[in-house]
Design a protein around this ligand. Structure first.
Ligand code: NAD
Length: 489
C-alpha cells in the first residue's frame, strides 16, 4: 500500500513486556459489514512468541508472590478502566467482528468487565482442603500455587468477552500469560493492552501476540516453557493443539463447538419459548457456541410452533451493525458466509424446506453495506437427522426445526450428534424437565430459558465439545497446581 493508504489503516502492534512492539509482517483485517480492509494485524511467529514467553517468565516470580488481595485490586482497576471506555470498546468490537453495536454494548463489553470483577472477587474466597489422621499422628492439607506462563488462545465470535474469561482467572491465580486472540478480531485485545499499565498490571504479566493460528498459535502451543494452554475454538483446531502439545504433556482446557438442541414439549409456554428460541438461534448472527441449531418440537404443536417461529424470525432486522435498531449484523468473513450459505443449499438439495431467509426473502442493505457479509435469519424444516445441517456445526443464522413424538425418542435424537455443549428444554412439567436434563449428553442444560449464566458454576462441553470446565472453582483448579502436604506431629 501507498503511504497515504497505509496511514488510513489502523495498525496494531504486539504487546510484550509492557511495551508495544512492531512486527516485521502484517495481515489484513476486514470490516465484515463493508468488506473493506481497515486494519493491519501483526503476523507474529516463533520469534515474537519467544520474546513474549520470556517476558512472561521474567514477570512470574514477582507477580506470583503478590497476595490475592493485591492482584484482586489490580483486576478491579482494569475492570473500571474498560468500563469507563465501554462505548469505544463496543464500537471497535462491532466494526471488527460485524456484530451489532447493541450486542457489543449490552453483552460483549459488559461481560469482559464482569469477568475481571468476578475473578477479582472469587480469588479471595477459595479454601484448600485439610484432613486429619489421628491414628498416624498426621495432618494432611493441600496448597495451591500458580503454574507459570499460561498460553491463551481465543476465537473471533466473542473476542474480548472470551479472551478476558481466560486472562482474568489466569492472572488472578498468579500466573503470567501470553495471549493470542483470533487474527480476525484483534482490535479490542490491543485496546485493552493500552490500559494495563494504568491499572497497575506489571510489565510482562499480560503479553499479547497477534497473528494466525498456524504461525503464532502453534508457536505458543509448542513452546516448552508454556505448561498450560486454555483454548476456545473449533474441535478441529483442538485436535491439532492436542497433538502438538502432547510431547510436552501440557495441561489443556478445550472449549469447542456445539450442535445444540432445543426440545419443545407440547406443554411449553410458547409465548416465552418462541422469542427465546429465535434469540438462541440468531443472536450474534448465530455465531455463539451455545446457539440453538436443532429444534425438536412435539408433533401436536409442530405446525403452530413453526408458523409462529417463522413469523418471529422474520421480525429480526438484518443490516448495518452500527444501527441500534438492527438485530442481525454481518458474518465474520466472506469465506464463512459462503460456508454457511452452502449448508442451506445442501439442505435444499436433500429435499428440506427453507421457510424464510437465505434464498427465500429479499435482503435489502444500505449502499455502504453492499459488499458486507450479510445473511438473513434462515429457518429450515423437514431436515433428516443424518443430514449435515443436523450433524455439523454451522455457526451462522441458520436453524432446523423437526417434529418428534415421545420423550424417549427425542432424547435419543438430541444425543445423536458428536457434540455435547448446551441444550434447552421447554416444558411446564417439572418432573419431565429434570428427567430430560439428566439424560441429555450436554455440559449445560437450560430449561425454559437460554444463556442465563452463573459464573460460579462449571461451563464447558462433553464429547467433541471439549475437555475441562471453566468457572470460579474450575478455572482456579485449572490455573493452579495442587500439592498435598503431610505433617506428622
Ligand atoms: P478456530 O479453531 O479456527 O480458531 C480459534 C483460535 O485458534 C484462533 O485464535 C486461531 O487463530 C487459533 N488457531 C487456529 N489454528 C491453530 C493452531 N494450529 N494452533 C494454535 N492455534 C490455532 O475457531 P474460530 O473459527 O475462531 O471460532 C469458532 C469456533 O469456536 C466454533 O467452533 C465455536 O463453536 C467455537 N467456540 C466455542 C466456545 C466454547 O466456549 N465452547 C465459545 C466460542 C466459540
Amino acid at each position: 500500500p501507498t503511504m497515504a493508504h497505509s496511514k488510513a489503516l489502523l495498525v496494531l502492534e504486539n504487546f510484550i513486556g509492557g511495551k508495544f512492539v512492531p512486527c516485521s509482517s502484517y495481515i489484513d483485517s476486514y470490516n465484515p459489514s463493508t468488506g473493506d480492509v481497515y486494519c493491519r494485524v501483526p503476523d507474529s511467529g516463533k520469534e515474537e512468541v519467544e520474546a513474549a514467553v520470556k517476558a512472561a517468565k521474567d514477570a512470574f516470580p514477582v507477580w506470583s508472590s503478590k497476595s490475592p488481595l493485591e492482584r484482586s485490586q489490580i483486576l478491579n482497576k482494569l475492570a473500571d478502566l474498560i468500563e469507563h471506555d465501554l462505548e469505544a470498546f463496543a464500537q471497535a468490537e462491532s466494526k471488527d467482528q460485524g456484530k451489532t453495536i447493541t450486542f457489543a454494548r449490552t453483552v460483549d463489553i459488559p461481560r469482559a468487565v464482569h469477568n475481571f470483577r468476578f475473578f477479582a472477587s472469587s480469588i479471595l474466597h477459595h479454601v484448600t482442603e485439610c484432613t486429619e489422621m489421628p491414628t498416624m499422628g498426621c495432618v494432611h492439607y493441600t496448597s495451591r500455587a500458580p503454574v507459570g506462563v499460561a498460553g491463551l488462545i481465543s476465537p473471533w465470535n466473542l473476542p474480548l468477552y472470551l479472551l478476558t474469561w481466560k486472562i482474568a482467572p489466569a492472572i488472578a491465580c498468579g500466573n503470567t500469560v501470553v495471549a493470542k486472540p483470533s487474527e480476525m478480531t484483534s482490535v479490542t485485545a490491543w485496546m485493552m493492552c493500552k490500559l494495563l499499565e494504568k491499572a497497575g498490571v506489571p510489565p510482562g504479566v499480560v503479553n499479547v501476540v497477534f497473528g494466525t493460528g498456524a504461525k503464532a498459535g502453534e508457536a505458543l502451543v509448542c513452546h516448552p516453557d508454556v505448561p498450560l494452554i486454555s483454548f476456545t475454538g473449533s474441535t478441529l483446531t483442538a485436535q491439532r493443539i492436542t497433538e502438538k502439545s502432547a510431547p510436552h504433556c501440557k495441561r489443556l482446557s478445550l472449549e469447542l463447538g456445539g450442535k445444540n438442541p432445543a426440545i419443545i414439549f407440547d406443554d411449553a409456554d410458547l409465548s416465552q419459548c418462541i422469542p427465546t428460541t429465535v434469540r438462541s438461534s440468531f443472536a450474534n448472527q448465530g455465531e455463539i457456541c451455545l446457539c440453538t441449531s436443532r429444534i425438536f418440537v412435539q408433533r401436536g404443536i409442530y405446525s403452530e410452533f413453526l408458523k409462529r417461529f417463522v413469523a418471529e424470525a422474520k421480525k429480526w432486522k438484518t443490516g448495518n451493525p452500527s444501527d441500534p435498531t438492527i438485530d442481525v449484523g454481518a458474518l465474520i468473513s466472506k469465506e464463512h458466509l459462503e460456508k454457511v450459505r452452502n449448508y442451506v443449499k445442501r439442505a435444499q438439495a436433500e429435499g428440506a424446506r427453507v421457510l424464510c431467509g437465505e434464498g427465500v426473502d429479499p435482503l435489502a442493505l444500505p449502499p455502504v453495506n453492499q459488499k458486507g457479509y450479510f445473511m438473513l435469519p434462515t429457518v429450515i424444516a423437514e431436515v433428516k437427522d443424518e443430514s449435515c445441517c443436523m450433524q455439523e456445526e454451522i455457526f451462522g443464522p441458520v436453524t432446523c426445526v423437526v417434529a418428534f413424538d415421545t420423550e424417549e425418542e427425542v432424547i435419543k435424537r438430541a444425543n445423536g450428534v458428536k457434540y455435547g455443549l448446551a441444550a434447552t428444554v421447554w416444558s411446564s412439567n417439572v418432573g419431565r424437565v429434570h428427567r430430560v436434563a439428566h439424560r441429555l449428553q450436554s455440559g449445560l442444560v437450560w430449561t425454559n430459558c437460554w444463556l442465563v449464566r452463573d459464573l460460579n458454576l462449571p461451563f464447558g462441553g462433553m464429547k467433541a465439545s471439549g475437555i475441562g470446565r471453566e468457572g470460579a472453582k474450575d478455572s482456579y483448579e485449572f490455573f493452579t497446581e495442587v500439592k498435598t502436604i503431610t505433617i506428622k506431629h
